[in-house]
Ligand binder design. Sequence first.
Ligand code: NDP
Length: 253
Amino acid sequence: CKIDYQAPPDLLANRVILVTGAGDGIGRTAALSYARHGATVILLGRTIKKLERVYDEIEAAGGPQPAIFPLNFEGASLADFHDMALTLEKEFGRLDGLLHNASLLGRITPFAQYDPELWEQVMQVNINGPIWMTQALLPLLEKSEDASVIFTSSSVGRKGRAYWGAYSVSKFATEGFMEVLADELESQPHLRVNTLNPGATRTQMRRSAYPGEDPATLRTPEDIMPTYLWLMGPESAGVSGQKFDAQPPRVSA
Ligand code: NDP
């Protein structure tokens, strides 16, 4: 946990970083924060209006000109991921960072009542889409001198919890895929892959999962950025195959 990390202002200068789910919640804050630290950010998501707002905020703050890449993981095909790789190759020539952040919560419900279609949808958005996107982008990541791939996990991706269904299973798969990929990339020290569990954070997803909770008791996306920055920046070079937390465990239940 690098919650006290203080990132230098130019931490991500000259880096091209793609953030999925960049229009809202933690992804939005990560995109703004990466841009504030010098990165050219590619904003990927399914709601263009939200991406445009983040784009405008980055421009207004004087950050490097970002790019918008509309993509919905639900309908995205292998061809879409390959087209995306071609476009990014033409535009930027390489990729120095990839934050897999977009996710669907699905429903918190007993497994006996879990709707199979919703299960498939959650697996598509949270793990299958990101896996094939990663495959398409590997050649671009390999062109970077120091690339960091971060997969967003969850505490229910490390220990199963009743009623969390597809979401929990998708996060376990995320942890497993990260380990497989990190092991394969061991001979490529300039390309690292890790998982990051943000911990309870004040976003729409958290509100949907815990409607009775007082959001004021939660850390904000801004509060957890130190670990997001450290893991994306050069100071974590060589660290791969590890599972990180962006905040210390909460004391209360
Ligand atoms: P939000 O629901 O606030 O944001 C999720 C983002 O993902 C949104 O920008 C959303 O787009 C995007 N997204 C959802 N579905 C798709 C899709 N089909 N295609 C493209 N983009 C999509 O969630 P958080 O910010 O809270 O979560 C961010 C990450 O952190 C997730 O991986 C989540 O699992 C993880 N996490 C969060 C915790 C928390 O307490 N908040 C705790 C543990 C893990 P749109 O805005 O257009 O809907």
